[in-house]
Design a binder for this molecule. Structure first.
Ligand SMILES: Cc1ncc(COP(=O)(O)O)c(C=O)c1O
Length: 469
């Protein structure tokens, strides 16, 4: 295997070539030429200025330098990824010729059905005895006629026993970022306004700018977006789209409080607007039960649901789903088709096999335990070395802590100095669509082993001002 891998590398480098039935030979060397170096300077003029956020996204996705401890990164440490189960499922899928064929462009029916089922409020609902086919709830939200008996979700919003989204509302996408990018382009025109929580996912800001959108931040706190500010922002800007992470938001870890959900949905209804619910962290719950998705209590189709499996399984499992009711769903499916036709068949088949096998609930249980251990190890290390950076609100899930820095600290300079000291952290500034109110660091606890947390925070403490200690 080592020799085969070495030969493969030499073939890639163009130094040897394999000839079928004859063997492996040293490749002919190209003649050295004395041609002048190419002149690419014209491209600078042709391309114009660089787009907002691209550089930060490259930094966000950069691999940590060897020897550095990663307290940054959007994915699980390889030790936490279910690589064996995924590998076995993918090998089985790849052996089936049918999986290589063209399927429905919107994705396999069984996979769409699985994602659709996940949008139901199963966790928190109880059916009401007096439920009829269609009724107005106390909060003014309507249950859909074709959705069976009504129920009440844990936040008091009416939902439907078989509610949430249906398989035909879903389209499978190659990861959450691709889904988000398609959704923004499908639902807006360049020049439109996008409302976002502040701070929010850097990749959402970057892709919104790439789509030519004007991004307007709406303040959020430890209980998620402020509904009255959201309503005011809709009224002031005329926006028709709000990007939101109601569960364990990246970067803050905040979860939209149950008491705020009706007001957020009412603001959407009043503005005739959509909300993209980026449910990236549903499988990353550490404490208690996750509240149901907003999409479960949205009979009238204001919520565009986005769920990716890359965070909870492996970054290479490029499978996510977008779901929406009505014409918006049709727009999304059409947009996805233009972007890249469909997602690889073997990957879709392996995903269905994995998420419907006992390995999936087992993996999620293990993940909750492991993430709790890592989050608590990082918190303990902060208490020990950098108590000023302990976040006032501890997230009940997700991958990150949002650590406040002392007033006046340059977060970008701290992140650069930390990398030089052997610990990778991400500055808070790029996560804001406007001026950040205060300096922060995003500290990821999922990418490094618990035993490394103490040393990571000790290294960080060497580059911070004494006021943090
Ligand atoms: C909130 C959020 N949404 C979407 C994504 C996109 O991830 P992926 O394309 O791997 O699914 C990320 C990745 O960091 C994220 O943090």
């Amino acid at each position: 295997m080592t020799v085969a891998a070495a030969i493969r590398q030499l073939v890639v480098d163009g130094l040897v070539e394999t000839r079928s039935g004859r063997g492996t030979f040293v490749a002919a060397r190209p003649e050295a030429t004395s041609a002048p170096p190419p002149d690419l300077s014209w491209q600078t003029v042709a391309l114009g200025p660089r787009r907002f956020g691209e550089e930060e996204m490259q930094a966000l996705l950069a691999l940590p330098p060897s020897g550095a401890i990663p307290l940054s990164g959007g994915y699980l440490d390889p030790d936490l990824q279910p690589a064996d189960a995924l590998g076995a499922a993918l090998a089985r899928a790849a052996r089936q010729p049918a999986s290589w064929q063209r399927g429905p462009v919107e994705g396999r029916e069984d996979l769409r059905a699985w994602f659709a089922r996940e949008t139901r409020a199963d966790g928190g609902i109880r059916a009401t005895a007096d439920s009829g086919p269609r009724a107005i709830a106390d909060d003014g939200l309507r249950a859909t006629a074709d959705s069976g008996p009504r129920a009440i979700a844990d936040d008091g919003l009416r939902t439907i026993a078989d509610g949430g989204l249906r398989p035909e509302d879903m389209v499978i996408c190659p990861g959450g970022q691709a889904a988000l990018s398609s959704a923004l382009r499908a639902l807006t025109e360049p020049g439109d306004t996008l409302l976002v929580e502040s701070p929010t996912y850097l990749g959402a800001l970057a892709t919104a700018h790439a789509a030519g959108l004007r991004v307007v931040p709406v303040p959020a706190d430890r209980d998620g977006v402020l509904p009255d500010q959201l309503a005011a922002a809709f009224a002031r800007t005329g926006a028709r789209l709000f990007y939101c992470q109601p569960l364990y938001a990246n970067p803050t870890g905040a979860t939209l409080a149950a008491a705020r959900r009706p007001a957020v949905l009412a603001a959407l209804r009043d503005a005739g607007a959509f909300l993209i619910e980026d449910d990236y962290a549903r499988d990353l719950t550490i404490d208690g039960d996750a509240p149901h998705p907003l999409a479960a209590t949205d009979p009238d189709g204001h919520v565009i649901y986005l769920r990716s499996l890359t965070k909870s399984a492996a970054p290479g499992l490029r499978v996510a789903a977008l779901g929406a009711r009505g014409p918006a769903g049709a727009r999304l499916r059409a947009a996805r088709l233009l972007d890249d036709f469909f997602v690889s068949g073997p990957l879709q088949q392996a995903t269905v096999e994995f998420v419907t096998s006992p390995a999936w609930p087992r993996h999620r249980r293990r993940l909750a335990t492991e993430l709790r251990t890592r989050r608590n190890a990082l918190l303990a290390a902060l208490h020990r070395h950098l108590p000023a950076l302990v976040p006032p609100a501890i997230p009940s899930g997700g991958l990150h802590l949002w650590a406040p820095l002392p007033d006046g600290t340059d977060d970008v300079a701290v992140a650069t100095a930390a990398a030089a000291a052997g610990v990778v952290v991400f500055p808070g500034r790029p996560w804001h669509a406007a001026e950040p109110p205060a300096p922060y660091l995003r500290l990821t606890y999922a990418a490094a082993p618990p035993a490394a947390m103490d040393e990571a925070v000790r290294r960080l403490s060497t580059v911070l001002p004494p006021t943090s200690l």
